[in-house]
Design a protein around this ligand. Structure first.
Ligand code: VG1
Ligand code: CO
Length: 545
């Protein structure tokens, strides 16, 4: 096998964000751009010679081109074998499952998740370690440093691999195995849940569900598991064929981008009793009951509170973990269960060490990502099956389950307001000024509310001691309410400001007050404290979830 070294020069800005490197397709498709980044990953590894790499993506535009490039570079880097999903498809949780099952050295996942696809859309790439989870900050920082000094990338000459057929071929000394992207993952999920009971629920005439794959990667997974294995009627899965441009939408399972699903569940004529959706790469989920959208933070709390009903977790939870901006609903469940609750920065990479160390069993984020120690990624279909398992045992609907949960634990009323594509300078100024004002905020009053404390969240990993600073500004009120501000690390256009609002309501008579109404005082406070309208010129958020 003859390895070719191709001279190159660094590109600025190849810095992975919350979940890998995401850029416009136009940026990624420049000559040497993808190659530089992949070489920087391979240069950061050691000991990969002869080992197995897992490779796949969410099927978005440019996946096919990128996969052929990466296969050749993996051969040049000395990998012994690559497991690649048929047609280049692997959802993020499926890639994690495959890495773990086959004890691979690591994996490369090609996805920009919920970001739009197509030639004008986004592309992304992330590296997962041998535990199946996203590389930690130490690794991604090292990759970024390497991209800034790179002088050559290595590849081999070889014709394109046929990815449409399962089976083995070779690139030089390396074996390429095209695998069924669904099988290992489906087998794993079947081992966690009570499939017989879920099948019985799906067969009931009074129960009808819809799963919206949003034209993204989960279509084949949902069909195989919900329709083929569990016997849900054909047509349960809608928008089930992965399209390179997601039919022009954002595969982001929230009330804005999954408005059709929410509307169908609000319409009694649809006959639907349960709805769910997943995102571009299949790691996030949306749960919808009759005329009721389950808040992702509540969903995590409900999963934890009902763990005894699910075979894989009936033995008890070691602990739970949530990202800092996620509501404290799960903390209340943890307290009742007498188990620890960890608070991490945003992004799944921070959960890996807790899961590996057996400190947490369930993890979740307010952005509709939930998962467990079965893989090292968040997992959309896993969450849907977990809910179905609960519904099957409790024989009631999702809205009733959440309302009962509120009555028992109180309600953490919660919402996230996103201001998208703000000019980067303005967004940075907003955060800088807010940070500068932090010392004065504690003890002050704003919009008639008393601020008890304000800080910039930092985190020390309890397992490896690594520190992460500047992970979001928290403004905490006297009554336990919170407003959190941070800039998104997944966007590709300007900056996205995320404002997270949370208020605890114990009184059951107040639980039905509409979310935005219950949070109105905090929404005013957020604007006053951070000067959102004054600095960005925006009167209201672009996406409210
Ligand atoms: C967002 C979410 C975060 C999630 C990340 C990746 O990050 O807030 O909770 O882990 O997306 O999810 P940010 O930095 O834009 O707020 V996914 O499904 O895009 O892989
Ligand atoms: Co995702």
């Amino acid at each position: 096998m003859q390895v070719i070294s191709v001279p190159t020069t660094p590109f600025a800005g190849q810095k992975p964000g919350t979940s890998g490197l995401r850029k416009k397709v136009k940026v990624f498709s420049q000559a040497r751009y993808l190659e530089n980044f992949v070489q920087a990953i391979f240069d950061t590894l050691s000991g990969q010679e002869g080992q197995t790499l897992v490779l796949g993506g969410d099927g978005r535009y440019y996946n096919d081109v990128a996969i052929q490039t990466i296969l050749r570079m993996a051969a040049a880097a000395g990998f012994g074998r690559v497991l690649v999903g048929r047609d280049g498809i692997l959802s993020t949780p499926a890639a994690s499952a495959v890495i773990r099952k086959w004890q691979a050295f690591g994996g490369i996942i090609l996805s920009a998740s919920h970001n739009e696809g197509g030639p004008e859309g986004d592309f992304g790439i992330k590296y997962n370690l041998g535990n199946g989870g996203p590389a930690n900050e130490g690794f991604t920082d090292a990759v970024h440093r390497r991209t800034q000094e790179i002088g050559a990338y290595r590849t081999v000459e070889s014709p394109a691999v046929d990815l449409s057929r399962i089976g083995d071929s070779r690139i030089g000394d390396m074996r390429v195995s095209v695998i069924d992207p669904v099988a290992d993952y489906a087998e794993l999920l079947e081992s966690l849940f009570d499939f017989d009971r879920i099948a019985a629920l799906l067969a009931r005439p009074d129960f009808r569900m819809r799963f919206d794959a949003m034209h993204a990667v989960t279509g084949p997974y949902a069909r195989a598991i919900l329709e083929n294995r569990l016997g849900a009627p054909a047509g349960t899965v809608v928008n089930g064929i992965p399209l390179p441009d997601f039919a022009g939408g954002h595969p982001d399972p929230n009330p804005v981008w999954a408005a059709d699903l929410v509307a169908a569940l609000a319409d009694p004529a649809s006959g639907l009793s349960f709805g769910a959706a997943s995102d571009g790469d299949g790691d996030r989920n949306m749960i919808v009951g009759p005329n009721f959208v389950v808040s992702p933070s509540d969903s995590l709390a409900v999963l934890a509170a009902n763990h005894a009903l699910v075979p894989a977790y009936a033995g008890g939870l070691a602990g739970v973990a949530r990202s800092m901006p996620t509501s404290c609903a799960v903390d209340r469940v943890a307290r009742a269960l007498g188990i620890p609750c960890y608070e991490t920065p945003t992004g799944w990479k921070y959960f890996g060490s807790l899961l590996d160390a057996g400190k947490a069993t369930l993890c979740g984020e307010e952005s509709a990502g939930t998962g467990s120690n079965h893989v090292r990624e968040k997992d959309g279909l896993w969450a849907v099956l977990y809910w179905l398992n609960i519904l099957a045992v409790r024989a009631t609907s999702a809205d009733v389950i959440v309302r009962e949960h509120w009555r028992r634990f109180g309600r953490n009323v919660y919402s996230r307001h996103d201001y998208e594509a703000i000019e980067t300078d303005r967004a940075d100024r907003l955060m800088d000024e807010l940070r500068a004002r932090l010392p004065q905020l504690a003890g002050s009053e704003s919009c008639g509310l008393r601020i008890a404390a304000a800080d910039d969240f930092s985190y020390t990993d309890p397992v490896d001691g690594s520190r992460s600073e500047r992970q979001g500004v928290r403004v905490m009120l006297d009554d336990g309410s919170r407003v959190v501000f941070r800039l998104s690390g997944t966007g590709t256009e300007g900056a996205t400001l995320r404002v997270y609002l949370e208020r605890f309501v114990a009184d059951p008579d107040q639980h039905e007050v509409p979310t935005q109404e219950a949070l109105a005082p905090l929404i005013r406070l957020a604007d006053a404290v951070a000067q959102i309208t004054a600095i960005t010129g925006r009167q209201k958020a672009d996406v409210i979830s």
